[in-house]
Design a protein around this ligand. Structure first.
Ligand code: AQP
Length: 359
């Protein structure tokens, strides 16, 4: 059966999106929990900011939010330990600097809450090799791993299912590429609910924001901007210095034409710059194009850099401040992990009882 797909505009946040696989409430559904996370595989990018963090700031007004850094997911590909530690802390500092409020939302590091891997093991025992084998992210990432493919890459979606189900999350905002993993989470939750009762897991819906920009690589504008892209000139890192930001925008790949139009098919590089401006200024792409009538690509590049800089300067300053002080950030993380563990432990206990562990 094709799951229903509903386009919604959240009246409070004015975020538009597609709410996929809408579920009937089940016995364990009295939640308004929303959860989202980022892999600290490297420094965060403008894509992470515009596609995720910027929206989180609005969503926390309406939902009980859990935002975390998934360091355990990050090690499914090799990481430099010190760089991973730094990137994890900087990611959390970025959430706070961007306006995520630790008083209202729960901020934490995945590995500080051992219930994630505990539930992951149980879910592993109910997951099928065939369904994990169909995950496109696994196919893509394993193709780059050579002969020795880490088993963690294969079971990555099961850990993601544990992340979601532990907190009874009702809504999971994800990019299009993660939709398949949320579908697997739903299947696993439903499988265990069928075996042990509807009270066990909340069945999550995924939410794909259509206003959330998909920021493209500045050098290869038909590809998503990614932390781990080989050519760093295509990726704008949030902590890049002013000179680097200006240079990356000035060297952004456009096309051999001169007219500024918003056409993703014919002019992906130009469209990307327009959409970056649009996501930051909340001006429609049409209006931005109108403002550039008679101007050159050079104007668009430099002005986009300026607009990005205006947003990033205060963000960077706050991140530096939090990273230098550390104690405030560490307090936030400790408190976040405690709060997260309270919820996670209750869910895990429910699951232990259901599957027959002696508790
Ligand atoms: N370019 C992007 N445009 C819009 N949204 C993006 N997100 C990431 N890149 C963009 C959103 O950020 C959230 C966390 O994503 P992630 O960094 O944990 O995973 P990813 O999407 O696989 O990011 P990368 O950088 O492509 O992966 P790696 O680390 O493997 O290099 C998600 O909500 C995502 O949609």
């Amino acid at each position: 059966m094709t799951p229903p797909v509903v386009s919604v505009e959240d009246p409070d946040t004015h975020l538009y999106g597609t709410r996929c696989f809408m579920t009937q409430a089940n016995a364990a559904t009295p939640t308004n929990v929303m959860l989202s996370a980022i892999q600290p595989t490297s420094q965060l990018t403008l894509g992470n900011y515009l596609g995720a963090i910027q929206n989180w700031v609005q969503l926390q007004d309406k939902y009980n939010c859990y935002f975390f850094a998934v360091d355990q997911h990050a090690i499914t590909v090799r990481q430099n330990p010190e760089a991973l530690r730094q990137a994890t802390l900087t990611a959390l500092a970025t959430y706070v600097a961007a306006g995520v409020d630790p008083q209202r939302s729960t901020l934490f590091v995945q590995s500080h809450v051992p219930e994630h891997t505990q539930l992951c093991w149980i879910l592993n025992c109910y997951s099928y090799m065939g369904e994990l084998n169909r995950m496109t992210q696994y196919k893509d990432k394993s193709a780059k791993s050579g002969e020795n493919i880490p088993a963690g890459l294969f079971t990555y979606p099961v850990l993601m299912a544990a992340d979601i189900l532990l907190y009874d999350a009702k809504l999971v905002p994800v990019g299009q590429d993660q939709k398949q993993h949320v579908e697997l989470t739903r299947n696993l939750a439903q499988r265990l609910n069928n075996l042990y009762g509807d009270h066990l897991f909340v069945i999550p819906d995924c939410y794909i924001g259509s206003k959330a920009a998909k920021v493209m690589d500045l050098q290869q504008p038909t590809r998503k901007m990614s932390k781990s892209a080989e050519n760093t000139m295509g990726t704008l890192f949030l902590m890049d210095d002013e000179k680097t930001i200006l240079k990356k925008f000035k060297k952004a790949v456009t096309d051999s034409d001169t007219v500024i139009e918003w056409d993703k098919e014919r002019k992906p590089g130009v469209a990307n710059l327009i959409e970056i401006q649009s996501a930051i200024t909340h001006t429609s792409p049409e209006e931005i194009v109108h403002n550039y009538t008679g101007k050159m690509y050079g104007h668009l590049k430099v002005e986009t850099a300026e607009i990005v800089l205006q947003t990033l300067r205060p963000l960077q300053q706050k991140v530096h401040q939090l990273m230098e002080e550390r104690t405030e950030l560490e307090k936030i993380l400790r408190h976040g992990a405690e709060k997260a563990r309270e919820h996670a432990a209750t869910t895990l206990k429910r699951v232990h009882d259901a599957v027959g562990f002696y508790t």
